[in-house]
Design a protein around this ligand. Sequence first.
Ligand code: IMP
Length: 432
Amino acid sequence: MPSVAVIGTQWGDEGKGKIVDVLTPSADVVARFQGGANAGHTVVAEGQQYILHLLPAGVLHPGKRAVIGNGVVVDPVALYEEIEGLRGRGIEIKDNLFISRRAHLILPYHRAIEQAREALRGERRIGTTGRGIGPAYSDKIDRLGIRFADLFDEPLLHDRLRTNLTEKNILLEQAYGQRGFQLDELFAWCLAWRDKLAAYLADTGQLLREAILKGENLLFEGAHGTMLDIDHGTYPYVTSSNITAGAISTGLGIPPSRINHVLGVAKAYTTRVGMGPFPTELCDAVGERMRTEGAEYGATTGRARRCGWFDVVMVRHAAWLSGCTSLGLTKLDVLDRYESIKICVGYAYRGKVFEHIPEELDILLQCQPQYEEMPGWQESTAGMTSYEQLPARARAYIEELSRRIELPVSIISTGSGREQTIPLRDPFASAP
Ligand code: IMP
């Protein structure tokens, strides 16, 4: 009957997709609660690679229910393409997908505004994924958003689109010098996508409530990483949603007390896509090597990821914010060939050492990471499936991270395949 959440503790791309995929056999329902098609969850199953952007990883497992909660912003075109793409590979998505009728849509003007705004910012751009996420969440908060439920009252929808377009077209045409949108075309677009996706729309809050009351196992699939959280990340170089475990409750409509185990996922080193501070970034041959050996290229945009050493200050902070009860460590094998490995344990700035994340962007940009150095294991761990198999120095590295973050390690990933995993504790079994 427990529920388990999987949360990214760095800047996203921690390998959450694989961890969710490994845990899904124990779950009845897998639910996404925030973000949108800016996420890219890579799952390798039976030698096949799948990159999911909006669909919860649960869709790859027959018999599991997959939920897209009210906190997600849904681009209907991207979602439909994903469903069709999987269908083309023999994975049928029919009555196993449930999209909240309260979820907000990403409309074509959201993407257009975001792209024009990023271009105007030039050097100071956020480096977004260009999926319209920020403008869609802005409209939601500004009470201008269109939810799936709103597509069924056609006169009201027409009226709301007209009001929205009055503002959006002024912005696009006069501020950004772009083409605006036609009301009738946009209205027809909304109705067409409503009809294509109608079969999946549901009262997901009620579905989850019933699942909890029946004693089913729930898996909450976080997207992105804590340092991209709109409140707790490196603002403004963040995404536009809350990523920490608190968002599960608001993004799915379930009480916080029903989240039993929070598994914080961290890569054995750190990566970041897009702009913004990154204290342990390695802009040298070592970072280049991590990028090459870790295949660190974005699953959504294909951009090269920035790479650096593990940052304990950041992961400890993320673990606190989400109330993590265990740690999942991924891509351990990428560090297999290093002579020595560094762990950032503090940030030095003007004679002071911070052991927490300072609010000021400037401090994060200028601070010097304080490192503890450990000897590398220089042996292959790729594909290992038991803790005892790991070289002693790899175990020492894991235990040092666990000690400093003050969390037990529940799962270690040693490769992209489902089976390349060291399970240490079953989060479903250890949840109360
Ligand atoms: P947005 O989410 O497209 O608005 O982009 C805002 C920032 O978050 C950019 O730096 C993106 O690269 C980053 N970002 C968004 N989603 C992910 C993700 O799933 N992994 C890594 N970075 C992401």
